[in-house]
Ligand binder design. Structure first.
Ligand code: PGA
Length: 241
């Protein structure tokens, strides 16, 4: 919940200009809902730029004042939606049942889903982070139809690293991402586990991005605070090339 319309326009335009020469990186920008359409227009000409929503309703349509449906998001020109961000889970008490419904709505409307998960600090400190992540993945993704798997991207975001300036070390990120592939192989198949994209999120910045993204099982990043500065966001994008 950052930036007014004008500031968002300037940021989106600057990101577009500064990243034009960065090839071979798929870029997705997730603005607040009122700016979805504006960004879809700004990035229209760029084939490697996509726009996504940070949330969608678990309901299809109707009298749910203040909610925004997956169909509305799709028809505003977006291709992606985030589901299960830790802030949605913590501040809006989103349950696994709601996350499953949101995923179903997104699939029905041909949106790709970036499914976020990650342990809280207490789980990391008491060494139950692997169990916590396994549970989050299994309880939701067991309901995910295998035939729609190409619409799923995963994002490991340890909650203790989001917006805190504290980042998982490359070793911690790699270890968890490799573990996630084992869980995904169990839920779906080895083939799917090998090919699915797993992003890392949590205080990624211009200093740590290259090292994090060079881990063999880290396929991309979900960038929060650092994406509010076009220069930094584009430097992070560049760390893939
Ligand atoms: P951060 O946010 O990069 O500021 O930690 C990540 C996120 O909110 O997904």
């Amino acid at each position: 919940m950052n930036l007014n319309w004008e500031e968002a326009f300037d940021l989106a335009s600057a990101i577009r200009e500064k990243s034009l020469h960065i090839k071979g990186v798929q870029k997705i920008v997730f603005p607040p809902l009122p700016y979805l359409q504006m960004l879809s227009v700004i990035y229209k000409e760029n084939t490697d730029f996509y726009v996504g929503a940070q949330n969608c309703s678990e309901h299809e349509k109707g009298a749910f004042t203040g909610e925004v449906s997956a169909a509305m998001i799709r028809s505003s020109g977006s291709n992606f939606v985030l589901v299960g961000h830790s802030e949605r889970r913590a501040y809006f008490s989103e349950t696994n049942e709601q996350l499953i419904s949101k995923i179903n709505q997104a699939l029905k409307n041909e949106l790709n889903i970036v499914f976020c998960f990650g342990e809280v600090v207490a789980e990391r400190k008491s060494h139950v982070h692997f169990e916590a992540v396994k549970k989050q993945l299994e309880e939701v993704l067991d309901h995910f139809p295998k035939e729609n798997i190409s619409q799923l991207v995963l994002a490991y975001e340890p909650v203790w690293a989001i917006g805190t300036g504290e980042t998982a070390s490359p070793e911690q990120a790699q270890e968890m991402h490799a573990f996630v592939r084992i869980i995904i192989a169990g839920i779906f198949s080895e083939e799917i586990a090998k090919n699915i994209s797993i992003l890392y999120g949590g205080s990624c910045n211009t200093h740590n991005a290259k090292e994090l993204f060079s881990c063999p099982d880290v396929d991309g990043g979900l960038i929060g605070g650092a994406s509010l500065k076009a220069e930094d966001f584009c430097t992070i994008m560049q760390s893939f090339s």
